[in-house]
Design a binder for this molecule. Structure first.
Ligand code: FES
Length: 294
């Protein structure tokens, strides 16, 4: 016995908006009777472009009926733009949740809505077409759809994928390929989330290399940070490990100048060029007129 919420039960026993709209503005048909689930969604817009009415016909289990019913309720009053943002999670949440094994019903609802919107946008010409390469022939599920449910629902196992789109739930012949898709997506996510490698300080530098690197670090790492705060920095000279700079703009006579110099400039130069560097402010140029804000 499935653990259904009261709202699922209620929509199953008293489904709303069952049927088909005559002369609809959008029609979406997904699934197939052969696969055990099918849903046809129709909607009509009012003169303001909002969904005035929506109806469904489905062949499926209690949760397929409840999700279809609740979907028609959810989208009434929405613009096409708003309806196009409804996710399968939104549908399941609206029902107070669905058993994991039944999440594919919420995905079917979202697919039917998308198909109906696509049909409306094409002036009634376009019908739902499978995108991508079919991975699961038992249920006609493509790689694109599998990737999408994994991304949108943070799925990590083949069993999850089966729960959300049925792929893998028949003969099982596609499970290895689903596993590969999961690994590929996890690889992408890990790469994206991996912190940027720490900048590496070069080894021993010649004098010329050191000067170039100091200039480059000031240009690329330090000046943009100071500019964001209305200031600027100029490299005056380099004597051994002493880097002489002048602050311009708001930094020139700001009481925080020393702090800025020590904390930002020196730290950055040590990080990117050499640990031995220290920074001094050129006091003469600090006396020059400037646009001090503070
Ligand atoms: S091919 Fe996917 S379960 Fe059979």
């Amino acid at each position: 016995m499935w653990d259904y919420t009261d709202k699922v039960r209620e929509h199953f026993f008293n489904p709303r908006n069952v049927g088909e709209i005559e002369n609809p503005d959008g029609v979406g048909e997904v699934g197939s009777l052969a696969c055990g689930d099918a849903l046809k969604l129709t909607f009509k817009l009012d003169e303001d472009g909002r969904i005035a009415d929506a109806k469904f016909k489905t062949f499926g289990c209690a949760s397929a009926i409840a999700t279809s019913s609740v979907l028609t309720e959810m989208i009434k009053g929405m613009t096409i733009e708003e309806a196009s943002k409804v996710t399968n999670r939104d549908i399941a949440d609206y029902l107070g949740g669905l058993p994991e094994q039944k999440m594919h019903c919420s995905v079917m609802g979202r697919e039917a809505l998308e198909a109906a919107i696509e049909n409306y946008r094409s002036g009634g010409k376009k019908r739902h077409e499978l995108e991508g390469k079919v991975v699961c022939t038992c249920f006609g599920v493509t790689d694109k759809e599998i990737e999408r449910v994994i991304h949108e629902n943070n799925l990590t196992t083949v069993e999850d994928v089966t729960n959300y789109c049925k792929a893998g739930g028949g003969c099982g012949g596609c499970k290895a390929e689903i596993e590969k898709i999961i690994e590929k997506i996890q690889g992408e996510t890990t790469t994206k989330e991996a912190p940027a490698p720490a900048p590496r300080r070069p080894g021993k530098l010649t004098n010329i290399q050191k000067i170039q690197l100091i200039q480059q670090t000031i240009n690329e790492q330090i000046r943009p940070a100071l500019r964001a705060d209305g200031g600027n920095i100029e490299l005056i000279d380099i004597e051994g490990n002493k880097v002489i700079v002048a602050f311009r703009g708001m930094c020139a006579q700001c009481r925080l100048a020393e702090f800025t110099m020590k904390d930002v400039v020196e730290a950055r130069l040590r990080e990117f060029v050499s640990e031995d560097l220290f920074v001094e402010e050129d006091k003469e140029s600090a006396q020059q007129p400037h646009n001090h804000r503070g």
